[in-house]
Ligand binder design. Structure first.
Ligand code: GLU
Length: 443
């Protein structure tokens, strides 16, 4: 099996592209086959080296590797030209004789986007000759057969007047030369496939098998876009997801009969992935489910692994103890700092929490807590807890009437890791200083 991922470097790698890359990779790895990476840079205006780098980085982050490539499509232009000359010579292709004026007149008469057989194009552009009758059938591993009657197909333009290849031509030549056996890509390419099949026929080459993946929708059923949150791989990375969780989620997405909340290791995915089981209907990308799954993956990391990931993500060092007391409460790497950054940077400024808990009664609780904690000579969880429980008992209040003012004193908000653990990690001296400062500002 030889598969390929063929992104156009006209933007970042989007989630749909990442899914196509992953499915190809799973097929290659599962069959002992070959994964080819081809950069389809024929759109010279919109393709940039920065986008190429971004795509390569995103694939590396996802740990999707390839055996051949990256191959630049533009660098194969001599070969495209060679095949073009051959098709012109044997009559499978012809140069359009319509002038720019003809194009204008035609469009004025028929509307700019009416697709009719023989729609005029700029003079000298090369078109593929579609047979007058018959049909081209796309056999698709996901969608079954789709029949395209030739009478409804324009003769596709395959090269500009200057001989440079257009997408539907270049892609077929490149896939044929690379002996690709399976083309797995987004459903948006389905209408291109008959044109590409006709190129194979003209070249006299056996075409590969095709699988078109259903579109990705957001939870609202609309086509996935930035509105739904992260839309590119880079954004998923910035949002604190782990590559293994993203791979797991993307693999299950649209894989018809599997519960999409199942944790499956990459090894098992490689073993079980079967493109023919991809569902035909649009897949729903639900970031909440990915968050949940990511949380599960975070919990499978060792403390050292998670600490390393968080230190890299936040650019801060010395996080281990704080990670230990936060890890049950975070689902993404991005959740850590808002929850626990106060341990390092001091209390935040949640005025609502302060108004609610740093009241007169709150001040009394803080003063008592300060005294009880100041008297401890071992700063361990058990004595810390006993000291605060002693304050609760002595004041005859509910635990939260003591714990919440202390929490707000330490964190500046009413949400934090466990209060005893937080006190311990912050240390006795610093905890007492924060409690004293909060007591002084309490109403
Ligand atoms: N370059 C095309 C794209 O990025 C994909 C082509 C293909 O997979 O055949 O949409």
């Amino acid at each position: 099996m030889r598969v390929r991922f063929a992104p156009s470097p006209t933007g970042a790698l989007h989630i749909g592209g990442a899914r196509a890359a992953l499915y190809n990779w799973l097929m290659a790895r599962g069959s002992g086959g070959t994964m080819v990476l081809r950069i389809e840079d024929t759109d010279r205006e919109r393709s940039t080296p920065e986008n190429v780098d971004q795509i390569l980085d995103a694939l590396a982050w996802l740990q999707i590797d390839y055996d051949e490539g990256p191959i630049s499509q533009v660098q194969r232009s001599a070969r495209h030209e060679e095949v073009l000359q051959q098709l012109l010579a044997d009559g499978h292709a012809y140069r359009s004789t319509a002038t720019g004026e003809d194009v204008k007149a035609y469009k004025a008469q028929h509307g700019a986007d009416k697709g009719f057989r023989g729609t005029p194009e700029a003079e000298g552009a090369v078109r593929l000759r579609v047979p007058d009758d018959g049909a081209t059938v796309v056999h698709d591993l996901v969608r079954g057969d789709t029949t395209f009657q030739h009478v409804h197909l324009d003769d596709p333009v395959i090269a500009r007047a200057d001989g440079t290849a257009l997408y539907n031509f270049a892609v077929a030549v490149d896939d044929a030369d690379a002996q690709i056996t399976h083309v797995v890509r987004g459903e948006d390419h389905l209408s291109n496939t008959p044109k590409q099949l006709l190129v194979y026929v003209a070249m006299g080459v056996e075409p590969p098998l095709f699988a078109h993946l259903p579109l990705l929708h957001g939870p609202d059923g609309k086509k996935l876009s930035k509105r739904h949150g992260a839309a590119s791989v880079q954004e998923l990375r910035d949002a604190g997801y782990l590559p293994a969780a993203v791979r797991n989620y993307l693999a299950l997405l649209g894989w018809g009969d599997t519960d999409d909340e199942t944790l499956i290791s990459t090894e098992e995915l490689v073993r079980r992935f079967d493109v023919t089981r991809v569902a035909k209907n649009p897949a729903r990308f639900d970031e909440q489910k990915l968050r949940w799954m990511n949380g599960r993956y975070l919990r499978e990391l060792s403390l050292d692994e998670l600490t390393a990931a968080l230190e890299e993500y936040t650019g801060r060092a010395g996080l281990r103890d704080a990670v230990q007391i936060s890890r049950e409460k975070i689902q993404t790497l991005a959740d850590f700092w808002p929850l626990s950054g106060f341990i390092f940077d001091g209390p935040g400024e949640d005025e609502k929490a302060k108004a609610k808990w740093l009241t007169d009664a709150g001040r009394g609780a803080l003063v008592d807590a300060h005294d009880a904690l100041a008297g401890l000579d071992t700063w361990e969880l058990e004595p810390i807890e006993a000291a605060l429980q002693g304050v609760v008992a002595a004041r005859e209040v509910k635990p939260k009437d003591v714990f919440q003012p202390v929490r707000v004193a330490l964190a500046g908000t009413a949400v934090s890791p466990g209060i005893f653990e937080t006190l311990q990690v912050i240390g006795q001296e610093e905890s007492l200083a924060r409690i004293q400062a909060a007591a002084a500002t309490a109403a």
